[in-house]
Design a protein around this ligand. Structure first.
Ligand code: COA
Length: 374
């Protein structure tokens, strides 16, 4: 057995303990603090799930109401942050805007010590949609929007800031479910990056900044935008099937398929696929849904590869009216819950993360004076 190949990218290697979630574990599947993801997506809200990730148990009604009011009160941005956002060029990818916004907020409201970690986490949850959409409107239509929408939930708040009015119940709930599905995923690349940074006893803003930079790549969070770019190219499911067949023959990767841990299916896919279908009906044109289904069928037929959460999220977001460049930033607005929970867990029982490496360089050799070198 080639152990080196099998453990490349640390696949299958346990890099620590967590009580926050399980990914693909026997009899647990994907669960947050022991609750199955499908049940949370059906019966909970994003705020409830965030509280669960932080506290280890579901909140009661009073605790949830208090948590929601706390987030509600943290949505306004300091004027220096608004000014900084206005200086970011219009062509910037919104993930870079959030990375910069996170860093700037860290200079204005630094985490003085770890006793303030929950306040910093809450501040980032409340402020990310505000930062993103303040900048989005400023560069697209020159407007300086207010960032207190008055909406009770993060999902409705996001859509309200984006569109300027309250979303329908259908859109709010679809967005809320998507935030639940994206909130946490054990030791994925961005969460691990956050933990590595947190383990040096750095501050929460730095750890979250590291996570945003890691999530940005197309092999991680960026896959939902790449999936959208693919599905919108086709005029029919048949054309999509043929094109994907040709792409696979050229050994191209199809973004939104496959997973580093799951082998048979991504448990989040069934949930988001059902929402995409429901949203396509209200959108009045289900072409993108049918194209997505055709691609998924072809990927399974040809490669036994299944859609991950990112694939049907693309069409779902499109049906809600969200511009494609905002897809990965929404992942940030949700995964901040998981990142913060992991940063706090790391700090609670910390040891610097410093793995070893297998050396593949030259044998020891003598230094040669510059004049004697070839
Ligand atoms: N499209 C086409 N082929 C794919 C593929 C995809 N999306 N995902 C994996 N494969 C193929 C690889 O080319 C490789 O084939 P080979 O053995 O012939 O070289 C094989 O399946 C194993 O893939 P590999 O990339 O080594 O697996 P991994 O565990 O390292 O990768 C991902 C996991 C997620 C990085 C990978 O599936 C991928 O790049 N997917 C697309 C990006 C994506 O959707 N990311 C979001 C993840 S939630």
């Amino acid at each position: 057995m080639n152990t080196k190949k099998n453990t490349a990218g640390l696949r299958g290697v346990s890099a620590g303990e967590t009580s926050i979630s399980t990914v693909g574990k026997e009899s647990l599947g994907l669960s947050y603090r022991g609750y199955d993801i499908a049940e949370l997506a059906e019966r909970s809200t994003f705020e409830e799930v965030t509280w669960l990730l932080f506290e280890g148990r579901l909140p009661n009604a009073a605790e949830l109401a208090a948590f929601k009011s706390e987030l509600y009160a943290l949505r306004e941005l300091p004027s220096a942050l608004r000014q900084a956002l206005e200086l970011i060029p219009a062509g910037t990818h919104p993930m870079d805007v959030l990375r910069t916004g996170c860093s700037m907020l860290g200079t204005l409201e630094p985490e003085q010590d770890f006793t303030a970690q929950r306040q910093v986490a809450n501040r980032l949850i409340a402020a990310f949609p505000s930062m993103l959409l303040y900048w989005h409107h400023f560069v697209t239509d020159g407007r300086r929007i207010g960032t207190q929408s008055g909406a009770g939930s993060t999902a409705a708040h996001f859509l309200h800031l984006l569109r300027g009015d309250a979303p329908s119940e259908l859109h709010e709930r679809a967005m809320d479910v998507s935030l639940i599905l994206y909130a946490e995923h054990e030791f994925n690349a961005s969460t691990f990056a956050a933990r590595v940074c947190a383990a040096t006893l750095s501050d929460m803003y730095s750890a979250v900044g590291a996570a945003i930079g890691t999530l940005r790549g197309p092999l991680h969070g960026g896959a939902n935008e790449a999936a959208m770019a693919l599905i919108e190219r086709f005029e029919s499911p048949e054309a999509a099937t043929q094109a994907v067949e040709a792409m696979l023959a050229r050994k191209e990767k199809i973004m939104g398929f496959g997973h580093a841990v799951y082998r048979e299916s991504d448990p989040r896919n069934a949930v988001i696929k059902a929402w995409s279908k429901k949203l396509s009906a209200s959108y009045g044109d289900d072409l993108l849904f049918r194209v997505s289904e055709a691609i998924a069928e072809q990927m399974w037929r040809a490669k036994r590869l299944f859609p991950n959460l990112d694939f049907f999220s693309a069409s779902a977001y499109h049906f809600i009216g969200i511009p494609t460049p905002l897809f990965t930033p929404i992942f940030v607005c949700s995964r901040i819950a998981g990142w913060a929970a992991h940063i706090m867990e790391q700090r609670a029982d910390n040891r610097l993360i410093r793995p070893a490496a297998d050396y593949t360089g030259p044998e020891p050799r003598a230094h040669v004076a510059i004049g004697d070198r070839q």
